[in-house]
Every structure is written in structure tokens, then in C-alpha cells.
Design a protein around this ligand. Structure first.
Ligand SMILES: [Zn+2]
Length: 148
């Protein structure tokens, strides 16, 4: 990602709920901080896994490893949020809450950025972007893919 990043707000200025990394999810958040979308892969059944967990949901193996995903995916489902459920999101309205299916298979809940809500569609190609929201926290969001 070569796009310049906006300077992150101080924690107290962000005004939205922040993630609380756990021992299990910490590598995901460290990856985001480094501009990488990191997900888990099972060493036994070879399937990719997301959200972060300590056991493979497919074969129950505990042999999960962290890998860097391509960051590419497609919109599996989405909705347009027009009424903020938390005051911190008021200024973002309307915004797109989406489920993105990664190239590697797992789906994650995220936002589609840099697109008008009416420009978003099911199966639209998207790519990960990394938003530094505080000095400590980077969120993974998606935007329409530049690749044709
Ligand atoms: Zn497995």
C-alpha cells in the first residue's frame, strides 16, 4: 500500500469503540499495524481461518499458523448504515458495513471505504486498506480494487 496515511488521532480523540486484542488475536493486530492482513492457516487440513482462534473450526487441530493474506477479496454481503448506533459513527453516515470474502476463503466483517454506498455491489472486487485510528491501533478496511 503506497497511499499516504492520515495522521492517527490520539486515543481519546478517536471517539469510537476500539478493539481489545487478546493473546490469540494479537498477531492480527500487529499485522494490521505493519500494513499486512494476517490470518491463520491450519497446518493439518490446510484451510485458512478467520477470526483468530486457538483451534481449527474445520478439523479441531490446534496447529494453526499465521500467514499474510493477499488482501484481495470480494463483497459477499453488505448494508448501508444510515443511523448511527454509537455517537462516534455519526459523522461517517452513510457508510457501508460489509462481509468480505477473502481470496483465501474466510469472510470478515469490515467497512468499504472510498466508495459511495450506491457504488458497492455484491461480488465487487475489493482490496484491504489499513487505517491508523490511534497511535496503537490500525483497522483493516477495504476499498474497490484497482486491478481490472
Ligand atoms: Zn484444520
Amino acid at each position: 500500500m503506497t497511499a499516504p496515511r492520515e495522521a492517527p488521532a490520539a486515543r481519546e480523540e478517536y471517539g469510537k469503540p476500539l478493539p481489545q486484542p487478546t493473546d490469540v488475536s494479537q498477531p492480527f493486530w500487529e499485522g494490521a499495524r505493519a500494513g499486512e492482513l494476517r490470518i491463520q492457516r491450519c497446518r493439518d487440513c490446510r484451510q485458512h481461518v478467520f477470526y483468530p482462534r486457538s483451534m481449527c473450526p474445520l478439523c479441531l487441530s490446534e496447529r494453526l499458523e499465521w500467514v499474510t493474506a493477499s488482501g484481495r477479496g470480494k463483497v459477499y454481503s453488505y448494508t448501508v448504515i444510515r443511523r448511527a448506533m454509537h455517537p462516534g459513527f455519526q459523522a461517517d453516515l452513510p457508510y457501508v458495513l460489509a462481509i468480505v470474502e477473502l481470496e483465501e476463503g474466510p469472510r470478515l466483517t469490515t467497512n468499504i471505504m472510498a466508495a459511495e454506498p450506491e457504488d458497492v455491489s455484491i461480488d465487487m472486487a475489493v482490496e484491504a486498506v489499513f487505517e491508523d485510528v490511534t497511535p496503537e491501533v490500525t483497522l483493516v478496511k477495504f476499498r474497490p480494487s484497482e486491478a481490472k
